[in-house]
Design a protein around this ligand. Structure first.
Ligand code: SF4
Length: 218
């Protein structure tokens, strides 16, 4: 078993199985992945509720919305002008290349789909991998700030690794399994919210026996 698998086992024993990324359609996941940039999920939920109330949670309906209307609907998620542009670019792309179907984009080989998403302005690797994993069920590991913080403290990272280096580390050391990647990311987030906070609560942490940064003396 690799070190990363051991951490996964310990976190699963502690937290059990976690439900992750509530959404009704793959396209709603993609909307959420863009709206969640630089904000918390509560604000994203408000924006998605607005879109749902207006029955505009499809690529076609988003594309038909006037810019100002879309800005108004997603305003609770912050950076709403920038995010409006990103949503419009995504739906324009789906319209021109995939018959308005995100599923068509996601049915391609994973590297092709990933590169295509990364070509779109405002979709960086974390957003692209979230769309691949949660909307497409494709095995692409998502790296976020929690992942960096936890695995740096555990001694797996030095702190200067790029996004791609961290993603490769996980994808090389874990079986290629989207359910596992989905669950692992949820466990990392849960653990960082409960114990490995900015100021870590190491004393009761279930990983303290294997963590090089554990501070259990006080
Ligand atoms: S022991 Fe402390 S630093 Fe290490 S993972 Fe747990 S909370 Fe984080």
């Amino acid at each position: 078993m690799t070190g990363l698998e051991t951490i996964f086992e310990k976190l699963t024993t502690t937290y059990g199985s976690l439900y992750w990324w509530p959404a009704e359609t793959p396209f709603e996941v993609a909307i959420g992945a863009i709206l969640t940039q630089n904000t918390n999920w509560k604000n994203v939920e408000m924006a998605i509720t607005n879109l749902r109330d207006e029955q505009t949670l499809t690529p076609q309906t988003i594309a038909e919305l006037p810019r100002q209307k879309l800005e108004q609907l997603i305003r609770p998620s912050g950076f709403f002008r920038q995010k409006t542009e990103r949503l419009q670019l995504l739906v324009e792309h789906l319209q021109s290349r995939h018959n308005n179907q995100l599923e068509q984009l996601l049915s391609q080989p994973i590297d092709v789909a990933r590169n295509e998403l990364l070509q779109l302005k405002g979709i960086g690797p974390e957003t692209a991998d979230s769309i691949l994993l949660y909307a497409g069920g494709l095995p692409s590991f998502v790296v976020d700030a929690y992942t960096r913080r936890l695995f740096e403290r555990l001694g797996f990272l030095c702190g200067n690794e790029s996004y791609e280096q961290i993603r490769t580390l996980f994808m090389d050391q874990l079986p290629t399994d989207s359910t596992l990647f989905n669950e692992y990311h949820a466990l990392i987030v849960e653990h960082c919210k409960r114990f490995c906070r900015k100021r870590p609560l190491c004393i009761d942490c279930p990983l303290s026996d294997i963590c090089i940064k554990a501070n259990v003396s006080s």
